[in-house]
Design a protein around this ligand. Structure first.
Ligand code: GTP
Ligand code: MG
Length: 319
């Protein structure tokens, strides 16, 4: 027996020796190593307190991606709703996002000033939002783009921008919304010249060079009978996602907090009055609509909710 114990001790000592040689410690001798100092090289990237945190994502090389996947020109409603659906997934995960704004291949997410998610660590936040958005985009592809195969993996870059004042935040969102107006008016004129008038890309570019908004509006109306203001509002204004208590009429009275797409003008004062919860005390307002008018991005949340309820999975999941 004594001989056996000696052998065991010898074995234990050998293992201990090997661990020490490799700079490791046995479970009894602490779970750290002489390598652990490298952790100190990680930088503290905590975001300042009390600032609006905006994360903006933008599709990488989407000019080529949209062409490869034959998106409708200049706006593909399904592709835009796919972006909106991916953004809803991000908002479902991060409840401290009070507003998200999307247009073209970009989406901005606004976090509450007081958020403490991931202890406000910038890299964690940015990488999580970017990867979740991207995977949700791919995950939901077939739902919106049913007849088209996804030919290669899309990717999005991301950045964090901090805004100290409410006015800065409003100006940021106004800037992004003015951008969609300028680009969409140009693109609508451009693609009508190419697709309807048969101009080459270069000829259409030349035709539009030096024109003002009023000229493009006039051209759309006189040449193509298009009143720009009658085009779908999602194309002209982009999509603002807001948390609202959704009350539907005529389907048994839905009353749930969900993420609702709006296409309002954020540059106007009215938007901030209508959605006073954004800058004031945060309590989502109401959104009332008839059952037959529910926008598709909201409808898919309601369908998911019904499915989960059928499976007995959720109660009041979104409040
Ligand atoms: P980087 O962002 O710098 O990688 O370049 P990008 O090619 O993604 O261009 P950018 O982000 O500046 O612009 C987005 C591009 O996506 C637009 O120029 C369009 O070519 C394309 N795009 C976005 N939405 C639509 C759409 O609904 N239909 C079509 N046909 N194209 C779109
Ligand atoms: Mg892009």
């Amino acid at each position: 027996m004594g001989k056996f114990n000696n052998s065991i001790n010898l074995l234990k000592n050998s293992v201990q020796f090997l661990y020490q040689q490799r700079g490791l410690h046995t479970a009894r001798g602490m779970a750290c190593s002489r390598f652990e100092y490298v952790k100190n090289y990680e930088q503290d990237d905590s975001i300042l307190p009390n600032v609006w945190i905006v994360i903006r994502l933008d599709g990488k090389g989407f000019h080529t991606f949209c062409k490869a996947h034959n998106f409708a020109k200049p706006n593909d409603a399904n592709a835009l709703n796919l972006m909106n659906t991916a953004a809803v997934s991000v908002m479902e995960e991060f409840r401290d996002i009070t507003l998200a704004y999307g247009q073209s291949d970009e989406y901005s997410f606004v976090f509450r000033k007081e958020t403490n998610v991931f202890n406000r660590r910038a890299a964690k936040l940015l990488s999580y939002v970017t990867s979740l958005f991207t995977s949700a985009y791919v995950f939901n592809w077939s739902r919106w783009m049913s007849s088209k195969s996804l030919l290669y993996p899309p990717c999005f870059d991301g950045r964090i921008v901090l805004y100290p004042s409410d006015q800065n935040l409003r100006d940021y969102l106004s800037w992004r919304q003015a951008d969609v107006h300028i680009n969409n008016l140009y693109n609508t004129a451009f693609w009508n010249l190419v697709l309807e008038s048969g101009l080459s890309n270069q000829e259409a570019e030349a035709e539009l060079r030096g024109t003002f908004s009023a000229d493009k509006n006039e051209m759309l109306f006189t040449k193509f009978g298009i009143n720009y203001n009658n085009l779908p509002v999602m194309f002209r204004k982009g999509t603002v996602l807001l948390r609202k208590r959704v009350k539907t009429e005529g389907d048994g009275g839905l009353n749930r907090q969900l993420i609702v797409p709006h296409h309002d003008d954020m540059i106007r004062e009215k938007f901030w009055k209508d959605h006073s919860e954004l800058l004031g005390k945060y309590k989502p307002g109401d959104y009332v609509c008839a059952a037959e008018d529910i926008p598709p991005v909201l409808l898919s949340q309601i369908e998911k909710l019904n499915l989960d309820e059928d499976k007995g999975k959720v109660g009041e999941n979104y409040s």
